[in-house]
Design a protein around this ligand. Structure first.
Ligand code: OAK
Length: 827
């Protein structure tokens, strides 16, 4: 069963595969087949879910033909592959994208209509697979889309979590987490291949023997194992007949292990062992940028990495492949440190299983991996206690020690006598406990190390990994993130897409986003601006209908829509946004400002807090409390509103972003690695208010200072203030507006006169404020006043919005993929 090579049928000739005809009749016939023979139901008895599942399967028939053909074509002319290793893929709904990729949208719409079925209803039946936390997972989904669109051979590997990111609800203004049982209504986009299961070992000890030449052999004697079942997902290109593969692993107990225990009579233990095994892929860890030392997470990491390497080496490469040529065939891209255990795993395979000498194995391994870092927060750099790794993966720990030993010899040769440096650079940290620094292990082994935006890559080089960049300057490079224009423009904003296509003359911009520059000329065309505004207005209406249906929220139709959506984290500074809102409210209720002087705005928040992140959850409570108060104050009616729809996810993003006027990107400079929401907003014609952080820097450079609202300290200024000693209360004392806002927030005004309920956040701002919200407050409020003034000039605002679209084609993930190919993968 385990590890069998699946190419037994050379004797049989391949039969050409064709999908159903691309006509309305052909489509309807294929759909009814699926309904009848796939779902086992007649149309008149079918539920919306039956129809959705049948539709998904029908679309898959069209994709499948292209997928099989892509595989055949690639096997005939093997080229270097990308092995993308990521613990997260935040895919979003599949149906719309699959219809777009197969050019079936109109056919399906028309065909279903003849049966009395509304396509939009079926689309909203889909539960999105939330197999990621935020930026890193969504980026992986954009990247694999682009690779398929560019017909670049890639297998993306990850984990098929049974429960994805939790569903957020609010109760008494507080976040509650509900398990995300995304598989409960069926999962039509995947197909399992149990015959390609891979066994994964854990625990036990190692044994050493010497052969007749005195060469030492190490054998890992594990104490337990599980099996990984691959589930395949098709990743379709666009207009190019290429379909790549996403392979997600699901953990199961191995039969042998089970039966042994069962036969011994301990039925309860047999069930326990099964549950234990299946726990490995049970649930996505809900942390974002704050990893916790949880053993199960390390099990997950090793589990999917071991499955993936085995799958590639034993099932994908030809049986007689010479592994010395491995680096010519594959590059494993490590999406942050979660898959870094792949490095000692490949060494183990080469040395212990395939019999390579250490030096040769290391030479191969070093050329097979590249590492992307996605953070700047020191606490988000993963470290694993030595005893945890030793218990779970004793052989891997030995290999890591050996890699470190050799590495430190190299450091001593390069920098003789510099023992401080040796200690700083060691893969093994000694304090506060002995632990493996995964980012260092990655840096030692990788051919290339990249950050995800220009500023981030610079800070990564100079501040996070300075010793490594001094030792190997050429290893370091930048690839600025991007987003897929298919999902985040073409699908999410059909009206703007139509307008773009109308003026550019064709749809080539969908796969060549630099063509958006052709819109530049139309920014000065009053009739185009009018059409552009109509699109924005229609997108707002569409959003407000959704919010009414989904959350029972009423939104005033004509307000400026000011949106801050992203994970809740102190460094992202939702609390600064909140201070601005409270400041506006306070200035009106205190009578210092007339409500008619305020440009009518609706503030929208979307944010999940990690369940264990206390400050983030208190911030959510406070935002909801402020919203409740302001929205029920008759003086604010139609002028100031705060809405916070629960459970921000990819599906909601697709509705929210096209409707936004203003995009809030207000992290403390030097903390947001890149941001990708910022790119999606700009591409959909929102203006940004933002700090000089992450990819904001590049967005501003491209759209121009006149069309971007910059505020706040720069990264060097932040560093300087930190070095001088930052005292938030001094900003509070010296700024009356700030003082009034903070006081009102802390007074219990918003929290039912319960001061304690607001005090966690308010006290932290006053006495700690690690991310310097108070220091940037004044500059933020001034920038918001500039926003108001700019918004009042409708024509000029529209012009800026159009220029944002025209000038941000650079942020296509197709461009990111070209950069990875040029700078990392094909070097
Ligand atoms: C998650 C876990 C560990 C380390 C980083 C992350 C993460 O999601 N980072 C985010 O990655 C995005 C994609 O590169 C960036 O746009 C965000 O700025 C970054 O916070």
């Amino acid at each position: 069963l385990l590890g069998t090579r699946s190419t037994p049928t050379h004797a049989l000739a391949a039969v050409p595969v064709e999908g159903p005809p691309l006509t309305v009749d052909g489509f309807v016939e294929a759909f009814l087949q699926e309904l009848h023979f796939g779902q086992g139901v007649q149309l008149d008895r079918s539920t919306v879910n039956d129809q959705y599942l049948a539709l998904a399967r029908t679309v898959m028939h069209y994709m499948m033909a292209e997928w099989l053909e892509t595989g055949r074509r690639r096997r005939a002319e093997p080229t270097k592959m990308i092995g993308y290793l990521s613990a997260e893929y935040l895919l979003g709904r599949q149906l719309g994208n699959a219809l777009l990729a197969t050019e079936l949208t109109e056919v399906a719409e028309e065909g279903l209509a003849t049966l009395g079925i509304d396509l939009a209803t079926l689309r909203s039946q889909e539960i999105e697979p939330g197999l990621g936390n935020g930026g890193l997972g969504r980026l992986a989904a954009c990247f694999i889309d682009s690779l398929a669109v560019m017909d670049v051979p890639c297998i993306a590997y990850g984990i098929r979590y049974e429960y994805g990111i939790f569903r957020q609800t609010f109760f008494n203004n507080r976040q509650l987490e509900v398990p995300d049982n995304w598989l409960r209504l069926g999962s039509p986009w995947e197909f399992p291949h149990p015959e390609r299961a891979v066994q994964v070992d854990f625990g036990g000890h190692t044994e050493r023997t010497s052969d007749e030449n005195g060469r030492e052999h190490v054998q890992w004697v594990p104490s337990w194992n599980v099996q990984g079942i691959p589930y395949h997902y098709m990743v379709p290109g666009y207009d190019n007949k290429a379909v790549n593969t996403l392979r997600l692993w699901s953990a199961q107990a191995t039969d042998a292990f089970n039966l042994q225990i069962f036969n011994s009579g301990d039925h309860a233990e047999a069930v326990r062992s099964q549950t234990f095994a299946e726990n490995i892929s049970k649930v996505l860890y809900p942390e974002d940028s704050t990893p916790q030392g949880r053993e199960l997470r390390l099990q997950q990491q090793y589990f999917f990495v071991a499955c993936s390497l085995h799958d590639y080496i034993e099932h994908t490469l030809p049986a007689d492949f010479d592994l010395r040529k491995l680096p010519d065939q594959i590059i494993w891209q490590l999406n942050d440190t979660h898959p870094v255990i792949a490095i000692p795993e490949l060494m183990r395979i080469l040395v212990d299983v395939k019999g390579f000498e250490w030096a040769e194995a290391w030479d191969i391994t070093k050329r097979c991996f590249a590492y992307t870092c996605h953070t700047l927060l020191p606490e988000a750099l993963e470290v694993w206690p030595v005893d945890v790794i030793g218990r779970l993966l004793p052989r891997h720990l030995e290999i890591i020690f050996r890699i470190n030993e050799d590495f430190l010899i190299e450091v001593r040769e390069r920098f003789p006598g510099d023992e401080l440096r040796v200690r700083r650079m060691s893969i093994i940290a000694e304090h506060p406990e002995r632990a493996v620094r995964m980012a260092y292990l990655a840096s030692v082994a990788a051919t290339k190390i990249n950050g995800v935006a220009a500023l981030h890559s610079e800070l990564l080089r100079d501040k996070v990994l300075p010793d490594f960049s001094e030792m190997w300057p050429d290893k370091f490079t930048n690839v600025t993130n991007g987003v897929t224009p298919r999902r985040f423009l073409r699908l999410a904003n059909p009206k703007l897409s139509e307008l773009i296509t109308e003026v550019l003359g064709d749809e080539r911009w969908v796969t060549d986003l630099d063509r958006l520059s052709g819109l530049e000329a139309y920014a000065d065309d009053a009739s185009f601006r009018e059409k552009f505004r109509q699109v924005k207005a229609a997108n707002k209406t569409r959003l407000f209908e959704l919010l009414k249906r989904r959350d029972g929220i009423d939104v005033a139709p004509d307000n400026m829509l000011d949106v801050m959506v992203k994970r809740l984290h102190e460094y992202k500074r939702q609390s600064l946004k909140l201070l601005h809102i409270v400041h506006l409210y306070e200035s009106v209720v205190s009578g210092r400002r007339d409500i008619s002087d305020i440009v009518p705005r609706t503030f929208v928040f979307g944010a999940k807090a990690a369940p264990g992140y206390h400050m983030a959850k208190e911030t959510i409570f406070l935002i909801n409390s402020v919203a409740e108060k302001i929205n029920s104050d008759s003086r604010m009616q139609g002028r100031l509103a705060v809405v916070f729809p629960a459970n921000y996810n990819v599906t909601l993003a697709e509705r929210l972003i096209p409707a936004a006027d203003l995009s809030e990107q207000i992290s403390l400079a030097g903390k947001e690695a890149s941001g990708t929401g910022n790119m999606k907003f700009a591409l959909n014609g929102a203006l940004t208010i933002g700090t000089d952080d992450g990819a904001n820097v590049e967005i501003r450079k491209l759209v121009g200072d006149d069309h971007f609202f910059l505020f706040g300290m720069s990264e060097p200024e932040v560093a300087e203030l930190g070095a001088r000693g930052y005292v938030p209360s001094s900003f509070y004392e010296q700024n009356e507006d700030l003082r009034r806002a903070v006081d009102l927030l802390g007074s219990g005004e918003f929290t039912g006169s319960n001061r304690d309920a607001a005090s966690t956040v308010v006290n932290d701002l006053l006495w700690n404020d690690r991310f310097m919200a108070l220091a940037d407050f004044q500059s933020y409020v001034e920038a918001q006043a500039r926003v108001d003034a700019a918004y009042a000039d409708t024509e000029a605002w529209t012009r800026s919005a159009i220029l944002n679209v025209a000038r941000t084609g650079f942020f296509s993930s197709d461009r990111s993929m070209r950069d990875y190919l040029d700078r990392i993968w094909l070097r």
